[in-house]
Design a protein around this ligand. Structure first.
Ligand SMILES: [Zn+2]
Length: 359
């Protein structure tokens, strides 16, 4: 699209004076439509810093770019629209995104802890893990609710701040995973399948792209069936867990992506899943159990501070009427625990909390 506009400008078909203050981004399709691009938010931030007044870009990418203050963003759907805007004597009002509204609408998580019956000690462990920014491993038989519990974890973490939302949206933006609303206003929850490659997990490619650890930045990375992951995949996880960032080196460049995440892992206690279960018999031999557990290396387990057993829920608990606490109630306690003023410390963000744990 910028090349097409450049040719039109050189042919004298555009008002060239207004072009110098505009940044144009977009892929031109053969039928004249403008296709979406990756990385609209970082592009907008860079455009604003470089002194551009206006940014013309594909309509689908416009909401995330419009988050940047001091830059007028114009969504364009076709080359015709670009020409009309460039030649216009008076521009229409730019796209506006109501950031407060985005954050307010994000307060309501889709899932809630009160939907989980029983598992009181597992909920308590997740609350403690959230308060301290600890990685956690849940060990229990299939069907005990490990995945259900993990999915609800972002709903008890402190709400994402504007700075964190910008950071996370930038990563999702360059990966092409934006939802078209503008900012990512809830903490990300990523749960890659155990067949993922090491490049998929920590990032890679000829032009390095962020992996799952970076997409989970400021949020939760959930690895279900931990021993099923390839050993080399789990090994590459150690460095980002330690450093809260990941560096990918290629001949042409070396890129560093943030990876300040909370790791939640789940596994069965043995290959049949019922070791230690009072109601079902485990069919595994001690050697089989040992082999199963040893699939996860000691150095990785050392980086997971809390290990808990999540046994099967009793039928009486499943059919009980009473429901547990809501995510909002638990989150209030997590936020209170994180209040640095209680310890006479200056205000810190939740990512900084995660970082200081290691230091
Ligand atoms: Zn077993």
């Amino acid at each position: 699209m910028p090349i097409a506009v450049g040719i039109l400008g050189a042919n004298g078909e555009l008002n060239k004076d207004s072009l110098s203050e505009n940044l144009l981004v977009g892929e031109l399709a053969l039928d004249g439509r403008i296709r979406t691009v990756r990385g609209a938010l970082p592009i907008a931030i860079s455009a604003q810093k470089k002194g551009f007044k206006r940014l013309f870009l594909p309509a689908e990418n416009a909401p995330e770019a419009a988050v940047v203050a001091g830059l007028d963003v114009y969504p364009v759907g076709s080359l015709r629209e670009v020409i009309d805007l460039v030649n216009a004597d008076r521009l229409p009002p730019p796209l506006k995104v109501d950031i407060d509204e985005l954050f307010n609408s994000a307060c309501h998580h889709m899932v809630d802890f009160h939907e989980v019956r029983g598992q009181m000690h597992a909920k308590r462990a997740l609350e403690i893990a959230s308060a301290g920014g600890h990685n956690i491993l849940m060990i229990g038989p299939p069907g005990s609710g490990k995945t259900m519990l993990a999915r609800r974890l972002p709903s008890i973490l402190p709400p994402i701040s504007f700075e964190e939302a910008l950071e996370s949206t930038k990563i999702h933006s360059v990966s092409g995973y934006t939802d078209g609303r503008g900012l990512l206003t809830v903490r990300p929850f990523r749960s890659p399948h155990h067949t993922i490659s090491d490049a998929g997990l920590i990032g890679g490619g000829a032009i390095p792209r962020p992996g799952e650890v970076s997409l989970a930045h400021n949020g939760v990375l959930f690895l279900d069936e931990l021993p099923e992951f390839e050993r080399n995949v789990l090994e590459v996880l150690r460095q980002p867990l330690e450093d809260q960032k990941v560096t990918i080196s290629r001949a042409a460049m070396s890129l560093t992506f943030p990876a300040g995440l909370m790791l939640v892992a789940a596994m069965n206690p043995c290959s049949c899943g019922f070791y230690g279960d009072p109601s079902r018999d485990c069919r595994c031999t001690p050697a089989q159990i040992q082999r199963y557990i040893s699939k996860v290396s000691g150095p990785l387990l050392d980086r997971i501070d809390i290990h808990i057993n999540v046994p099967a829920v009793k039928v009486s608990e499943l059919s009980a009427q009473a429901t547990g606490e809501s995510s909002t109630e638990i989150r209030a306690r997590v936020q209170y625990a994180r209040k640095p003023s209680r310890y006479g410390l200056p205000e810190i963000t939740s990512t900084a909390m995660l970082r200081c744990r290691r230091e």
